[in-house]
Design a protein around this ligand. Sequence first.
Ligand SMILES: CC(=O)SCCNC(=O)CCNC(=O)[C@H](O)C(C)(C)COP(=O)(O)OP(=O)(O)OC[C@H]1O[C@@H](n2cnc3c(N)ncnc32)[C@H](O)[C@@H]1OP(=O)(O)O
Length: 540
Amino acid sequence: MLTPASDHAALVAGFSWDIPDRYNIAADVCDRWAAPEPDRTAILEVSEAGAAAPVSYGRLREDSSRLANALAARGIGPGDRIAVLLPQSAAVVVAHLAAYRLGAIALPLAGLFGAEALRYRLTDSGARAVVTNAAGLAKLEPIRNALPDLFVVVSVDGPSDGAESYSELLAEASPDFATHDTGPDDPALMVYTSGTTGLAKGALHGHRVLLGHLPGWAMMHDFPAEGGGLMWTPSDWAWAGGLLNVLMPSLRRGMPVVARPLGRFEPEAAFRLIADLHVTNAFLPPTALRMLRGVARPRETFDLSALRNIASAGEALGPETFAWARDALGLTIGEAYGQTECNLVLASCARAGVARPGSTGMPVPGHRVAILRDDGSETAVDEAGEIAVKAPDPVLFLGYWNQPEATAKKFRDGWWMTGDTARRDADGYVHFVGRDDDLITSAAYRIGPTEIEDCLLRHPAVALAAAVGKPDALRTEIVKAFVVLREGFVASDDLAAEIQAFARKNLSAHEYPREVAFLDALPMTTTGKIIRRQLRDGTA
Ligand SMILES: CC(=O)SCCNC(=O)CCNC(=O)[C@H](O)C(C)(C)COP(=O)(O)OP(=O)(O)OC[C@H]1O[C@@H](n2cnc3c(N)ncnc32)[C@H](O)[C@@H]1OP(=O)(O)O
């Protein structure tokens, strides 16, 4: 674990990786605490009404062992994909730990996904089991026949047609399970992520991914003492950010994590939660922080005295929000950068003297990060280039699921090329510049245009569709769709709203186009590819 130091050079000098030959996330995150202190709180489950109930490490160990036994009895074993489609709750952790114990692969799926997004991810991954709730079952019901690999469905809301009851499964299974003997490079989890081209790809990670996150976690959260505090994020634990910047490393360090069902992000409610529960550490994406800025005098209105640190990632924070947090909250935000494939490689931390408005920070000790030109040479001071991470690195994924060529294309001379552009200032601080491709960054979500266009084309009125990012003060970008209608359909606000609702329902509530424009034709290359740049620039 990274220990606090007064400056970045001292942090780097004092660090070396310690990756054991045999390693399993479940043993490291849960059993290390459950064995000596079974009653220690791991998760604080908070109901929608605000009632808080602690769930201990001992309970997580027992329930995950029971679930592993139940899944094994139903034919699930090493290498199988186990989807987790649940809002923040102890059951999410139980399902992940059960997958790791089995040597299987946990496949977290966000609650905002619609049926089409779920169908694609469950089919592409060949998921064999899913742990979900009644809301998840309702989305799975119409696509169930299209999922031949899926043969175990477990619902935390009790048995129903085609689903077994989570609590009954646990009650019937043994609480003892011999955790699979895994190595650090054995697959543990897979998170789907969008790219510039094609549909989302499964980024497969080995068990080592957790160890790889610990130094960055320590830095961005300002070196929490082992075994203390309380962590909260509104981010769904299904994203790399929620899962690996927050949930798993916090549990590994003995810091309990708040589990609260996600609803629409409400700034006042967020401050109230921090005050009522005495949250010490929060992970709030820049969009959430920009929403919080709308609350006047938060420290006078809410008791935020327990809050020691806010960490942020997923999109550039910007100097204004950085300054607001210092003024309004008295906190210096720990910003961090990473991607689902290679996460938490840059971070800032006031206590280590690494904090500068407008900068994401410096390389986290243990990761070699460079800003490279197209010819592979390092850029000069203040010259923009592509952020690259040297392989091997414990946070670097094992590859895209079933797509070795797509994986190979993202490496150059042993460097993972992120596709993100940044510059380094004279003191070594990295400043995020942006992207020069079609990937959309909205509210810390990485959104590929293809999946949206694919969805829109299924709407009966749509002949052609293109999705681009439109700059937005709150969400960095919003998704804007340009649509050419089929003959017989007439452009109108009602039709635009209908197309938006269609994308929300079938694809996802976070990927739907917040603006729809109707065009007679889309700008195309001679080979028939949409020129999205012209749509972005308004030159189409
Ligand atoms: C490695 C890394 O990249 S780290 C970062 C990883 N990224 C993340 O974790 C994503 C972080 N972002 C978020 O968590 C959120 O966007 C927030 C907290 C910033 C803002 O949340 P919100 O504005 O409430 O909603 P969000 O952007 O998630 O969702 C979009 C839509 O879903 C809707 N929605 C949210 N929750 C629900 C729900 N439970 N049921 C139905 N709809 C919902 C919202 O109403 C919103 O639609 P609208 O604005 O048209 O009303």
